[in-house]
Write a protein that binds this ligand. Structure first.
Ligand SMILES: *Cc1c(COP(=O)(O)O)cnc(C)c1O
Length: 389
C-alpha cells in the first residue's frame, strides 16, 4: 500500500498535478516516471526482494499514479483500477450480503446497472433517492446501511449533492460516504474535505483527459479503509496495466491547466445557449438559473465543461447531435476534444424509463462535453447545428 508524502500535500494543486507521487528513478534519474512494463521482479534470494514481487500486487508506474491522484484529492492512499466501474466494484466488495446502500438515483448509468444487476443478485440491497435532497437520503438510511453513495454534479442532469450535509448523515449512520468526483475533478471539488471517506474516479475522463485509455481510481485518507481496499485490489485483481497508468499520469500533469479552459469555455457556452431561442433550458451549475447555484458556489471552486440542454423536441435533438462538426457524437466526456451525446439512447439507455422521466432525463435532452478548442469555433459549430434549414 502506497502513501502520499506529507510535502506533496502542502503544495497547491497545479504543483501537485505535475510533481506529486513520483519518487524519482534511482537507475537513471529519469525526470518522468518510466513505464515498468513487467509482470514480475527478480528476487535476490528467498524472501529477499526490493518490495516488488508480482505486478498485480505492486507496480512502480501504477504507484506513481496512485500517489499523484491521492495527493490531488488531498488523500493519503490511492488505488488504480482497470476502469471506473472496476473501482466501483472494489468499493462494493467492502460490503457483505445483507448490507444496504443508499445511492443517488441519477448516478452514472453503468454504476446503477452494476448495483442493480450484479450486487443486488449477490445479496446487497439498494435504495435509490434524489441525491440532491439530503432529507430523502437521511430517510432512506436503515440500521443495515453501510455506504452512502453520491455523484455530484450528476450525469447528465447536473444536479448537486450537498456534500457536507450528506457526509454528516453517513457519519451518524456509521456508513462510508463514497463520492464519484469524475465530473468536478479535484481541481474544482475535494469531497474528502466535506467528510467523504472514499473518492471514486473514472480516470478515463478528465484525469487522463485525452480519450486514449480507460481507468478508475479510489482515494481515501483513512488507513483502515485503505488496508481493506488494497486487499481487494490485489485479491480481485482488476488492476490497470503500466502503460495505461503512464497515460493517466501524463494526463494529470496538465489537469489544472486543462480544467481552467474547460471551465472558461463551459461558462461561455452555457450562457450563450441560455439565450438561444431553440434551447428551452440549460443545466449548468455555474449559471444563476441553476436551482442549486448557491450550493455549487459553496462546495465547488469552478464548474467545468459539462452541461446538458433541453431542446423540447426529440426530432430536433436527434438532428442537432448529428449536425455538429467539431463536437463529435460519442459516449464519454472530459477529453481535450468536444463531444456531444444523446443520454436517453446512449449513456443512459440502461436506466429504466420511469426513472429517467422522474429525474428529467427526456428524449430531447442533449449533453455536451466542452473541450479545450477555441471557444468561438465551438459556439460557431453549435450555432450552425441549431440553425433552421
Ligand atoms: C464514465 C463514468 C464512470 C465509469 O467509468 P469507466 O471508466 O467507464 O468504467 C463512472 N462515473 C462517472 C461519473 C462516469 O462519467
Amino acid at each position: 500500500m502506497t502513501r502520499v508524502a506529507e510535502q506533496d500535500l502542502t503544495r497547491r494543486i497545479a504543483t501537485r498535478a505535475v510533481h506529486a507521487g513520483y519518487l524519482g528513478d534511482p537507475l537513471s534519474g529519469a525526470v518522468m516516471s518510466p513505464i515498468y512494463q513487467t509482470s514480475t521482479y527478480i528476487q535476490e534470494g528467498l524472501g529477499k526482494n526490493k518490495g516488488y514481487e508480482y505486478a498485480r500486487t505492486r507496480n512502480p508506474t501504477r504507484e506513481a499514479l496512485e500517489r499523484n491522484v491521492a495527493a490531488l484529492e488531498g488523500g493519503l492512499h490511492g488505488f488504480a483500477f482497470g476502469s471506473g466501474l472496476a473501482a466501483l466494484d472494489a468499493v462494493m466488495k467492502l460490503l457483505s450480503a445483507g448490507d444496504h446502500v443508499v445511492s443517488g438515483e441519477n448516478v452514472y448509468g453503468g454504476s446503477h446497472r452494476q448495483m442493480t444487476h450484479i450486487w443486488s443478485r449477490l445479496g446487497l440491497t439498494f435504495t435509490f433517492v434524489d441525491g440532491g435532497d439530503a432529507r430523502a437520503v437521511a430517510q432512506a438510511v436503515t440500521p443495515q446501511t453501510k455506504i452512502v453513495y453520491a455523484e455530484t454534479p450528476t450525469n447528465p442532469m447536473m444536479r448537486l449533492c450537498d456534500l457536507a450535509a450528506t457526509g454528516e448523515i453517513a457519519r451518524k449512520a456509521k456508513a462510508l460516504f463514497v463520492v464519484d468526483n469524475t465530473f468536478a475533478t479535484p481541481v474544482f471539488q475535494q469531497p474528502l474535505q466535506f467528510g467523504a471517506d472514499i473518492v471514486l474516479h473514472s480516470t478515463t475522463k478528465y484525469l487522463n483527459g485525452h480519450s486514449d485509455m480507460v481507468g478508475g481510481m479510489l482515494v481515501t485518507a483513512r488507513d483502515d479503509v485503505a488496508e481493506r481496499l488494497g486487499f481487494i485490489q490485489n485479491s480481485s485483481g482488476a488492476v490497470p496495466g503500466p502503460f495505461d497508468c503512464w497515460l493517466a499520469l501524463r494526463g494529470t500533469k496538465t489537469l489544472a491547466l486543462r480544467m481552467r479552459q474547460h471551465d472558461a469555455s463551459g461558462r461561455r457556452i452555457a450562457e450563450w445557449l441560455e439565450h438561444h431561442p431553440r434551447v428551452q433550458r440549460v443545466y449548468y451549475p455555474g449559471l444563476q438559473s441553476h436551482a442549486q447555484h448557491e450550493l455549487a458556489a459553496r462546495q465547488m471552486t469552478g464548474f467545468g465543461g459539462m452541461l446538458s440542454i433541453e431542446l423540447g423536441d426529440t426530432g430536433f435533438a436527434r438532428r442537432f447531435v448529428e449536425r455538429t462538426r467539431i463536437f463529435a457524437l460519442a459516449e464519454s466526456l472530459g477529453g481535450v476534444e468536444s463531444l456531444i451525446g444523446h443520454p436517453a439512447s446512449m449513456t443512459h439507455a440502461s436506466v429504466p424509463l420511469e426513472m429517467r422521466r422522474r429525474m428529467g432525463l427526456t428524449d430531447s435532452l442533449v449533453r455536451l462535453s466542452v473541450g479545450i478548442e477555441d471557444v468561438e469555433d465551438l459556439i460557431g459549430d453549435l450555432a450552425q447545428a441549431l440553425a433552421d434549414d
